[in-house]
Write a protein that binds this ligand. Structure first.
Ligand SMILES: Cc1cc2nc3c(=O)[nH]c(=O)nc-3n(C[C@H](O)[C@H](O)[C@H](O)COP(=O)(O)OP(=O)(O)OC[C@H]3O[C@@H](n4cnc5c(N)ncnc54)[C@H](O)[C@@H]3O)c2cc1C
Ligand SMILES: NC(=O)C1=CN([C@@H]2O[C@H](COP(=O)(O)OP(=O)(O)OC[C@H]3O[C@@H](n4cnc5c(N)ncnc54)[C@H](OP(=O)(O)O)[C@@H]3O)[C@@H](O)[C@H]2O)C=CC1
Ligand SMILES: CC(C)=CCC[C@@H](C)[C@H]1CC[C@@]2(C)C3=C(CC[C@]12C)[C@@]1(C)CC[C@H](O)C(C)(C)[C@@H]1CC3
Length: 501
């Protein structure tokens, strides 16, 4: 029996693709169709706006229930951990009072005010599918379809347009929340501004989000994307900086480094028109994975393409950035793409749900997933630091603008400051990789340069170290003022490695 178990474990770890291709892909497809149909019916019945108040009252009712039951444990949302886009499962959900915040609808598009009002479980795929046919889009649309508005506000969201518009929180106009006392409040820059500024990055530790008003901008048919290969770290950094500063010329800026000296910097702009023979529908199922397509420009040289807007937004969805290559190694083979590519990608949530202990261990010891946000002045040094620490490529580079608003995350000077998100997702190539020690060394470096760590992945910082990274002054004040300290765990207690498995 033991040998059968270990044989099964071996197959599940080394041939994860068998399970994924024959089981998870078809299930993912059914799941997607079910979600899509359900949302379509909701839209057809136009029930979302009518139902919103009722759904908020239901959240209030649950908070009252928690109060009446003697507030024995703290509260969190009831969204199962496997459904989330974070690396780990939250352990705290097993012991805390779970509140259902099942608000999944787009409530209203206000073309005059240029805003869209959405509930927190609306995801990015749903938003872009709804807004682009109407001629609108949100200025910062994080790539992976399943990321939710709630997660983007309470955590953070970034995209290749962030050098112009900031992080996801910076395109949000107002939030509606249910607080620890069961009351409903709305907040914006001008109304309840202290609450408004303390919400982003607070990980649900101030209240339950029930609606978000987000800025919209006109959408066009295509993104004109220019690929610029670079041949040294110095060149990469100087081209990247130069293009980032051209906010009026470049609506999108993104870089992929394929090794320390070679990469491709991409700059894009929305456009209605296209040149003949230069349209590339990169989202089609038979197209190569986007990062491999980008790599090909190292050989082809500088080029321009016109990419349909939604294909551009979700360019990293099909290959889950480059994580899919560890799950379906032959997934970019043309035969696989033509035959089964239309079922890709497997749903991240289902991958998470079906992850075995051995796979978890493998990822724990042999994989790094981190996004570090550092001032652009430290970009070259940071890439070198990642190279020495892990040597993981491709390396994702995404610039963003950070202003000096109050709250947990803001620039260190008085004005706007440009930062860069350096994303490492993959298997470390250095011989001395140690998940805890290496990550702690990276965290220490990020604190030193006054950067921030994205918290969907593992953080090994102690509470003191964590408090050095973020500005807790307003946050703590608000936690006390709103009696959130009794009702919700604090931010550290929702993200540190001990509360995640
Ligand atoms: C609450 C709500 C309000 C809407 N309001 C309008 C409206 O005012 N006007 C209008 O014309 N249309 C509206 N729609 C419909 C929406 O535009 C359609 O879902 C969309 O047009 C489908 O586009 P597509 O075929 O290109 O998507 P696809 O290319 O088939 O979808 C690709 C991916 O996007 C995601 N996705 C797409 N659609 C949805 C969805 N509906 N829900 C969740 N995920 C999705 C999925 O992850 C899917 O894998 C609304 C839908 C909803 C749910
Ligand atoms: N391009 C990008 O910017 C990317 C970002 N990410 C990261 O992924 C994460 C988002 O994943 P997603 O699955 O959408 O979100 P999650 O469900 O993981 O939620 C993230 C946090 O937000 C809290 N939260 C979510 N909704 C509400 C709500 N309505 N009220 C109160 N608290 C709420 C959750 O609290 P609770 O624990 O109580 O449920 C949790 O602490 C973010 O951390 C983001 O930074 C990942 C990939 C790409
Ligand atoms: C700021 C940006 C662009 C972040 C991108 C983050 C992605 C690369 C992350 C988000 C969720 C994520 C951690 C995930 C995984 C890979 C990297 C992801 C997709 C995978 C699929 C790797 C395989 C694992 O067995 C498991 C299924 C648990 C996770 C799930 C979450």
């Amino acid at each position: 029996m033991a040998s059968f178990d270990s044989a099964l474990e071996h197959v599940l770890v080394h041939y994860r693709w068998v399970f994924v291709c024959f089981f998870l892909l078809p299930i993912s497809l059914f799941y997607e169709v079910w979600l899509y149909t359900r949302n379509w019916i909701v839209f057809q019945l136009n029930s979302a706006p009518r139902q919103h108040d009722k759904k908020v009252r239901n959240v209030q009712r649950q908070v009252k229930q928690w109060q009446d039951s003697g507030r024995r444990t703290k509260m969190c949302t009831a969204r199962p951990g496997w459904q989330t886009m974070s690396f780990r499962q939250p352990k705290y959900k097993k012991t805390m009072f779970n509140v259902n915040v099942n608000l999944v609808d787009i409530i209203n598009v206000d073309e005059e005010k240029r805003t869209v009002l959405v509930e927190p479980l609306v995801n990015m795929g749903q938003l872009s599918a709804t807004l682009t046919p109407l001629g609108w889009t949100i200025p910062v649309l994080p790539e992976i379809d399943d990321l939710t508005v709630g997660g983007m506000v309470m955590g953070t969201g970034i995209e290749s347009s962030s050098h112009k518009y900031g992080l996801f929180q910076h395109i949000c106009k107002s939030y509606e929340l249910v607080l620890a006392d069961g009351s409903v409040v709305t907040c914006s820059k001008d109304n309840n501004s202290e609450l408004f500024y303390s919400i982003p990055w607070s990980y649900g530790s101030l209240g339950f989000l029930t609606a978000v008003e987000i800025q919209i901008i006109p959408a066009t048919k295509y993104v004109k994307l220019e690929y610029k290969p670079v041949r040294s770290l110095d060149e990469a950094v100087s081209v990247f900086k130069e293009e980032t500063l051209k906010t009026t010329q470049n609506q999108f800026v993104e870089g992929l480094m394929f090794n320390k000296e070679e990469g491709v910097i991409m700059t894009g702009n929305m456009t209605e028109l296209h040149e003949a023979n230069k349209v590339n529908e990169i989202g089609m199922w038979y197209k190569p994975w986007f990062f491999e397509h980008v790599r090909s420009f190292l050989k082809k040289g500088k080029s321009t393409e016109y990419i349909p807007l939604r294909d551009y937004y979700h360019r990293h969805t099909r290959s889950i950035f480059w994580e899919i290559q560890d799950i379906i190694p032959f997934g970019n083979n043309p035969i696989f793409r033509f035959l089964l590519g239309w079922m890709m990608p497997p749903k991240v949530s289902l991958l998470k749900l079906t992850q075995t202990k051995a796979i978890k261990k493998l990822y724990e010891n042999n994989h790094i997933i981190q996004d570090m946000l550092v001032p652009i002045s430290s970009m070259a040094e940071s890439i070198q630091m990642f190279h020495d620490a892990v040597q993981v490529y491709p390396l994702w580079l995404c610039p963003f603008k950070l202003n000096n608003d109050p709250g947990l995350v803001h620039s260190s000077n008085n004005g706007d400051e440009i930062y860069v998100d350096i994303g490492v997702y993959g298997v470390p190539k250095v011989p001395n990789f140690h998940p805890v020690n290496t990550t702690r060394r990276i965290e220490e470096y990020v604190r030193k340069v006054k950067g921030f760590q994205m918290l969907y992945a593992d953080t090994y910082a102690t509470r003191e170290e964590f408090e050095e990274m973020f500005d807790f002054s307003l946050y703590k004040q608000m936690r006390n003022k709103l009696n959130a300290t009794e009702a919700f765990p604090d931010m550290y207690d929702k993200v540190n490695k001990h509360v995640r498995e």
